[in-house]
Ligand binder design. Structure first.
Ligand code: AKB
Length: 313
């Protein structure tokens, strides 16, 4: 089927690479990128961009109708660390953006929606290692509460209105084209830029804080293959797992290529967020339902990051 795609939140860390990949896949004229702020030069010059507010229902409705959109990726959200600083704004943005696009889907204005959840949807009482697909959630961060509630809203629209909504629980995503902003896992991107720039990094998490992470290419592949999968039995926010590591392990991987690299640890408020999240998650259900398989390990990701990060970005 020919798709006409709208990405809302196209200029963020994941949105940028998703947009570029979707333009390759479906053709530039079939992909509309949108965000509140402009993105990287590559994103802005490689296709159509419309400035929008992810909570403005009428503006989004007009775009869906004008471009005859079939598929929407709702990527606009406030991440975990920023959300703890402005809880009500985070709740408002994260939930209004989702409910706006769900309502427009209920009206039949597009056919398929991707909405990302996160490992942040788990909480301190979830099993910490190999966290199952279906288990106790009870997130304790504002971001996590919005992600877990979002999963339940997606399920509601899927079962009550037959909307085709698809979701993965992203781990921390590592990439070099666009830096993440406001997340707890951002250290795993900053560390590469700083290793190249100053050979030094002060980490805001302690050295033994293991979290589930993933290289961007695997995250994009997971997203596109889930969206392309013909039929899923029921809505599910799928666990997807890539590489589990802590700051010491990533620093050691960098030292293999930059022996003079030094890391210090000064945990701040983000430590408590990280401590409430899993250290590894079980993605056997995703693997069984839609043949998902990650390609990057820590060594391969480190080589790609050190070869491509532009230290002045
Ligand atoms: C964050 O750190 O807030 C995000 C996430 C894990 O969802 N990267």
């Amino acid at each position: 089927m020919e798709q006409r795609v709208l990405i809302i939140g196209a200029c963020g860390q994941i949105g940028t690479e998703l947009t570029l990949k979707l333009r390759d896949k479906y053709g530039t004229s079939n992909v509309v990128a949108s965000d509140l702020k402009e993105g990287t030069p590559q994103l802005m010059t490689s296709g159509l961009f419309i400035k929008i507010d992810a909570t403005d229902k009428e503006q989004i409705r007009n775009i869906l109708v004008e471009f005859n959109i079939t598929q929407v990726y709702m990527m606009a959200a406030m991440l975990s660390a920023t959300a703890e600083k402005m809880p009500l704004r985070a709740w408002d943005l994260n939930m209004t953006a989702l409910l706006t696009i769900l309502e427009l889907g209920k009206e039949g204005l597009y056919k398929q929606l991707f909405w990302p959840s996160s490992i942040g949807a788990f909480g301190p009482n979830s099993p910490h290692t190999n966290t199952p697909q279906d288990t106790i959630m009870a997130p304790t961060t504002v971001y996590g509460i919005s992600k877990y509630s979002g999963e339940m809203w997606c399920q509601y629209y899927a079962t009550q209105y037959g909307l085709d909504v698809r979701t993965v629980r992203y781990p921390g995503i590592v990439s070099y084209k666009t830096k993440p902003g406001g997340g707890t896992t951002d250290y795993a991107v900053e560390i590469y830029f700083e290793a190249l720039k100053s050979r030094n990094y002060t980490c805001f998490l302690s050295e033994e804080t293991t979290l589930p992470m993933m290289y961007m290419d695997d995250a994009i592949e997971a997203t596109l293959s889930l969206m392309a999968h013909p039929k899923l039995q029921a809505y599910k926010a799928y666990n997807i797992s890539g590489i589990n590591f802590n700051p010491k392990e990533i620093a050691d991987a960098i030292k293999k290529q930059i022996p003079e690299f030094k890391i210090e640890y000064q945990p701040d408020f983000r430590q408590a967020i990280a401590d409430s999240w899993p250290q590894s998650i079980d993605d056997s259900q995703a693997k069984a339902d839609w043949d998902w398989q990650p390609q990057f390990d820590l060594e391969k990701m480190t080589s790609v990051m050190l070869a491509n990060c532009k230290p002045d970005m």
